[in-house]
Design a binder for this molecule. Structure first.
Ligand SMILES: Cc1cc2nc3c(=O)[nH]c(=O)nc-3n(C[C@H](O)[C@H](O)[C@H](O)COP(=O)(O)OP(=O)(O)OC[C@H]3O[C@@H](n4cnc5c(N)ncnc54)[C@H](O)[C@@H]3O)c2cc1C
Length: 568
């Protein structure tokens, strides 16, 4: 089947739904495709909150400065100015749409402190902020008449004459592969957390959008910047929200010492995530951890505050590790959480590939640079989701005027669909080889955590690359156990593994390229930040079928904040 829309959105998390809503408001016919039901997108898991300088005594400029300092001066300052200045109205709009943000006793919107922020400017709904935002936006897109392709899995982007014109996707319920044509496509398919094991990310965060855009020819930027969150639960790696430290939690080593006083005497536990993750890693490496963990302690906050403001993590600790946070500290370690890099875009979400837009975690505007501040990602999804939706809808009017009649493309379109159906069928038909996607995926994730984690060096990165070449070779022989058509998750998992490997390769090549330490990239062989040579973005593009991508650079935009030494 061939289906048509003006604007198509890949991904129905916060970025995708915000983009779809805005494109519909701008008069476009909009389709949104999601491999899971929209409200099961990873945005649903966001706990802590969303930043905006709304309160008295705060200003968007202070928010922008905190963001830029947090990014270790790698963020593009023009983009940060856009995000921080537009944050207050975007959040108030969401409140008017129906999100019930926490209010204090005086009835005012309540805030909590978050890491790297000089003011408490994080707005929240308990520790289920993402869920609250996502449900409200889902209502809004239905009301706006957006067509939702729920449980449709994108397998490729459709590029015609150097412009993106849609995608192919499997309707998972029937197993049919369809071509969805559009004048503009917004990729809002989330991050690639599952390149690493463990990760705080949902199992569905497999970098599909990043990999497909890269395969289609769009450049990726800042891919070496992988955020490790300082408080992920021992074992499973579940996130224990930064809101805990925002509410006053301590980090303790095995000697019961609040070790952050050595590393960040002013901000303590609320220093930037990269700083806290490194500090924990040093404590653990020097023997002041327990079983590879340090402790998150909220006991002094009291039962009422814990149950009222942090109920979800209290429940997670109880269910998964049998610890009641009211009476005991909980073991945590740094764990993969977020990718700062992604599809390179301008402040309107446009990528250098005409017709292709990106927003949310899969995009790199770049507002997070080397390290994202907690609660700035939900904000990024809303601001740049909205802007990309508006811009894509406006752009499609111009594109419609320029392109010939759709019928002229019909034959080529059908040929593309048939070729893609054959490619997917060939994977499905591959005889049983014993090679499973699950084993390779686990090997990939644990290897990346070990060699491309908080600390990196040339030798480790080079061996990671070698291992990736081997995994890619083995991937070519992965067979799909389930040969059926209906809801064939063995097939989609196998396709996801291909996306994960693409993302991992771009991460490792970028990390090898950047010979300095900045933000989340800590090279033990180049321990200092080097603004003279490295105040620039690493940009990777696919180089035909060659295993090594083309590596380029893009300057960092500095508007009003000259780089300084970063201290907390
Ligand atoms: C546990 C956790 C807690 C967090 N807490 C916070 C917080 O408190 N504050 C904050 O600012 N940030 C937080 N973050 C980060 C933030 O939640 C994410 O960066 C953000 O929600 C990403 O939104 P998104 O719309 O870009 O992508 P997602 O919400 O991940 O949505 C991706 C969408 O793409 C679709 N998709 C992907 N691949 C395909 C495919 N092949 N075919 C079809 N559809 C596809 C998915 O179905 C999904 O709908 C947290 C992240 C995690 C993991």
């Amino acid at each position: 089947m061939i289906l048509d829309h003006d604007v198509l959105v890949m991904g129905a998390g916060l970025a995708g739904m915000r983009a779809a809503l805005e494109a519909a408001r701008h008069g476009a016919s909009v389709g949104i495709v999601s491999k899971v039901h929209p409200i099961r997108s990873h945005s649903n898991a966001a706990q802590g909150g969303i930043n905006a300088a709304i309160g008295e005594g705060d200003s968007w400029q202070t928010h922008a400065f905190d963001t830029i300092k947090g990014s270790d001066y790698l963020a593009d300052q023009d983009a940060v100015e856009v995000m921080c200045s537009e944050a207050p109205s975007d959040i108030i709009e969401l409140e008017h749409m129906g999100v019930i943000f926490f209010r204090d006793d005086a009835g005012k919107l309540g805030t909590r402190a978050f890491g790297g922020a000089s003011k408490a400017r994080t707005y929240f709904v308990g520790d289920i902020t993402g869920q609250a935002l996502l449900n409200t936006l889902y209502d809004q897109i239905l009301k706006a008449g957006v067509k939702v392709y729920e449980e449709w899995f994108t397998t490729s982007l459709y590029v015609v004459d150097g412009a993106c014109r849609g995608m192919t996707a499997i309707d998972m319920l029937t197993g049919e592969l369809h071509l969805l044509r559009a004048k503009a496509l917004i990729v809002a398919a989330g991050g690639c957390g599952r390149v690493y094991e463990p990760s705080t990310n949902a199992l569905i965060c497999t970098g599909d959008g990043i990999a497909l855009a890269y395969r289609a020819g769009a450049p990726l930027m800042d891919m070496e910047m992988v955020q490790y969150h300082p408080t992920t639960l021992k074992g499973s790696g579940f996130l224990m929200t930064e809101a805990a430290r925002g509410e006053g939690a301590y980090l303790l080593n095995s000697e019961g010492d609040r070790f952050m006083k050595k590393y960040a005497p002013n901000m303590m536990e609320l220093a930037s995530r990269d700083v806290v993750s490194r500090s924990e890693s040093v404590e653990i490496a020097e023997g002041r951890g327990t079983d590879g963990c340090v402790f998150l302690d909220v006991r002094h906050l009291g039962r009422d505050a814990i149950m009222h403001k942090l109920p979800q993590i209290h429940e997670i600790a109880l269910d998964f590790i049998g610890i009641d946070m009211v009476t005991q500290p909980v073991p945590v370690r740094p764990g993969m959480h977020y990718i700062m890099g992604g599809i390179k875009t301008d402040v309107n979400g446009a990528s250098p590939l005409p017709g292709l837009y990106a927003a949310g975690e899969c995009a790199c505007v770049s507002v997070h640079g080397g390290n994202r501040l907690g609660a700035n990602s939900l904000l990024d999804t809303l601001v740049f989701g909205r802007r990309s939706g508006a811009h894509a809808a406006d752009w499609t009017r111009a594109a419609a005027a320029a392109s010939g009649p759709a019928q002229a493309r019909e034959t080529a379109d059908e040929a593309f669909l048939t070729a893609e159906q054959q490619r997917v069928q060939a994977l499905l038909d591959r005889p049983y080889t014993g090679q499973t996607h699950a084993r390779l995926r686990l090997e990939l994730g644990t290897m990346m955590d070990e060699k491309v984690g908080v600390y990196r060096d040339e030798a480790g990165l080079a061996s990671a690359l070698e291992k990736l070449h081997e995994l890619r070779r083995l991937y070519e022989s992965v067979s799909v156990g389930d040969k059926g058509r209906l809801f064939n998750q063995a097939l989609t998992f196998a396709l996801e593994l291909g996306y994960l490997i693409d993302c991992a390769e771009t991460i490792v090549h970028s990390a090898l390229t950047r010979k300095e330490s900045r933000g989340a990239q800590s090279r033990t062989d180049f321990p200092a930040r080097n603004d003279t040579e490295w105040l620039k973005h690493v940009v990777v593009s696919r180089n035909g079928a060659a295993p090594k991508p083309t590596i380029g650079f893009s300057p960092v935009t500095i508007t009003q904040w000259a780089p300084q030494e970063r201290k907390y």
